[in-house]
Design a binder for this molecule. Structure first.
Ligand code: F6R
Length: 610
């Protein structure tokens, strides 16, 4: 995920910024750049590659020791990794530079308008529109130009801006993407993440949503994006560098669970048009019959990615009306699968390096099928073997147990299903519009689930010594039950099994007694009543139920008092919300048991062997 750092003080800015960027490396990136203002001129150096490889360019060949500048590490979303697409971005005449994190959703219409006014663009990024937009609003006051430009912008951003006529200030602002200001002695900083500036100062101010700051050597003025001054109180950060990489969370897994609202914004950002009721998956690569006319879709993946694919089956069959089969990649590769040129194979992977998934893709291609990859890791092996791609934009996932990648995969599959359903005229533009609207508020709804962490932790403390768990779900939330059980077993080492609730009476009901906790996905859906009947069977046998239910569901309390309420959403979006309490539950059980949450025994993050 992209990183920003800005510096104004006494030291050479490129050196401080380079140092800060290296501390943001753990976030993942494919290119980097630094820009400074020196004697009313802008200097900029940027390139593709790792910092160690472009060190010479950014440090030795930089050509300026100016003490004011901004820098950026870029994780490509709009536009491939390249020097042109790297940040900072400039306006037409190199009068100002902008570093941006986030996604400008209306960049296409803004670019069109700016082009018609004569602005010249050199990159494929959404971010470059910000530089031109600020240029078009500039009348001598940089702060005002930034505020007025941002009024036209839809989407998420954290930005830092410098201008050649203002070698004494950095303007920064944020909406949804995080941004902080660091306070030093005779020097101040702007950063997307405290990690970048910890070696210089521990005194920071966290900008709130829709806030901005004018940062000078001597001081900082904060204001809202309406231009109203605001008073902010600095916080003293006492993290060590490792804790800082974890953003203050005790584990990467917990950090990644909390990143999920932002991840969803990244996955959908810039890919939807609410007005037109359309989805744009620009990098898809596949066009025409291969994707739009496929008579059959086969999903291949492993583990958590496979469960995301199982949600995808429900979504695609419902929204596109094409039969979908889900296959474990390790099974697919050896069972003479019936795929041919009329099939579309969707391979899903966080790492893009899973040996079984890669082998399944090769098998599918030998049989004539086109393959679409749904992948997180940029430039991974899978991305080079598929015919088309949808990146999920989850950012680097470090905890071995996958969380944010799962949510991003399900979100990407939702976008794909909406796009195909619309193209095949199964869905009306109104339906797509309404679903886009709903998708956009899912991040806030996840935040509300995250706010229930104390309650979930308490449930975890009641059940942490259980020997076994049964997870039940139906319909589109049967895969949620499978994923919840996988999360629990892999990090807590407690046996957990998931069943489609209606299947319970065909066997697992024999396990139920007063000792067996049953985690039930019972949110509103077309199978809600059926699920409740299944849970009554559990209750009748003294099973202990923990239920994930829709806010306001009173009836569920007749079955159990252990209820985690989640916001009401459409059934097709419910897997995105429902998995969050299951992830937190697994996390707290494992943590309370004193286990190594981020690196569970016997597991590797990327399974590159068979
Ligand atoms: C579970 C988990 C694994 C992976 C699986 C596939 O938390 O992380 O089950 O989902 O090994 O990995 P990718 O998605 O990298 O192909």
């Amino acid at each position: 995920m992209c990183g920003i750092i800005g510096y104004i003080g006494q030291k050479p800015a490129n050196e401080v910024i380079f140092d800060g960027l290296t501390r943001l490396e753990y976030r993942g990136y494919d290119s980097a750049g630094i820009s400074v203002v020196d004697e009313n001129k802008i200097h900029v150096c940027k390139d593709i590659g790792k910092l160690r490889n472009i060190r010479g360019l950014l440090l030795n060949d930089f050509g300026s020791k100016s003490p004011i500048g901004i820098g950026h590490t870029r994780w490509a979303t709009h536009g491939r990794p390249s020097a042109f697409n790297a940040h900072p971005h400039s306006d037409c005449d190199n009068t100002l530079m902008v570093a941006h994190n986030g996604i400008i959703e209306n960049f296409m219409s803004l670019k069109k308008k700016l082009r018609s006014e004569g602005h010249k663009f050199v990159s494929e990024t959404d971010s470059e529109v910000l530089a031109h937009l600020i240029e078009s609003h500039y009348r001598g006051d940089l702060g005002n130009a930034v505020i007025n430009a941002l009024k036209e912008v839809k989407g998420a951003y954290a930005i830092a801006v410098i201008h050649r006529e203002h070698p004494d200030k950095i303007i920064c602002a944020r909406k949804e993407s995080p941004l902080i200001v660091g306070i030093g002695e005779g020097e101040n900083f702007v950063a997307s993440d405290v990690t970048a500036i910890l070696s210089y100062t521990r005194k920071v101010v966290y900008l709130d949503n829709l806030e901005a700051a004018e940062v000078t050597r001597e001081g900082i003025e904060f204001f809202t994006l309406e231009g109203e001054a605001v008073k902010k109180t600095p916080t003293q950060v006492d993290w060590n560098p490792v804790a800082a990489e974890k953003g203050g969370y005790s584990h990467f897994m917990l950090k990644e669970i909390y990143e999920q609202p932002q991840v969803i914004r990244n996955t959908i950002g810039g890919r939807t048009s609410e007005e037109e009721g359309k989805i744009y998956l620009d990098e898809l690569g596949l066009t025409g019959p291969e994707i739009y006319k496929a008579q059959r879709i086969v999903v291949v993946a492993c583990g958590t990615a496979y469960y995301a694919g199982c949600v995808g089956k429900y979504l695609i069959e419902k929204l596109v009306k094409v039969p979908v089969e889900c296959d474990l990649a390790s099974e697919f590769r050896y069972r003479e699968p019936l795929v041919d040129q009329n099939s579309l194979v969707i391979a899903i992977s966080q790492s893009g390096e899973t040996a079984d998934t890669l082998a399944a893709v090769r098998e599918a291609k030998i049989r004539g099928a086109k393959v679409l990859g749904i992948v997180n890791a940029k430039e991974s092996s899978l991305t080079r073997e598929v015919d088309g791609l949808v990146y999920i934009h989850a950012g680097p996932e470090i905890g071995v147990a996958s969380t944010k990648a799962y949510i991003a995969m399900v979100t990407a599959l939702t976008l794909l299903a909406l796009m195909l359903g619309k193209i095949r005229s199964v869905l009306s533009p109104e339906y797509v519009q309404e679903t886009i609207r709903e998708l956009k508020v899912i991040p806030q709804q996840i935040e509300r689930v995250l706010d229930k962490h104390e309650q979930i932790k308490e449930f975890a403390s009641h059940f942490m010594d259980s020997r076994s768990f049964l997870f039940l779900g139906r319909g589109i939330n049967y895969p949620s039950a499978l994923e919840g059980a996988l999360k629990l077993k892999e990090i807590s080492y407690i046996h957990a099994e998931a069943y489609a609730a209606g299947e319970m009476k065909h066997g697992p009901i024999a396990l139920i007694d007063h000792e067996l906790p049953v985690m039930a996905l019972a949110t509103e859906s077309n199978v809600y009543d059926k699920t409740i009947s299944n849970l009554k069977e559990v209750q009748a046998r003294s099973g202990k139920i923990i239920a994930i239910a829709t806010e306001g569901d009173k009836a569920i309390y007749q079955l159990t008092q252990d209820v985690i309420e989640v916001p009401k959403v459409s059934e097709i979006l419910s897997p995105i919300i429902n998995v969050v309490p299951l992830q937190l539950f697994a996390y707290y059980v494992a943590d309370l048991r004193g286990l190594d949450v981020d690196q569970p025994r016997n597991l590797a993050k990327s399974v590159t062997v068979e």
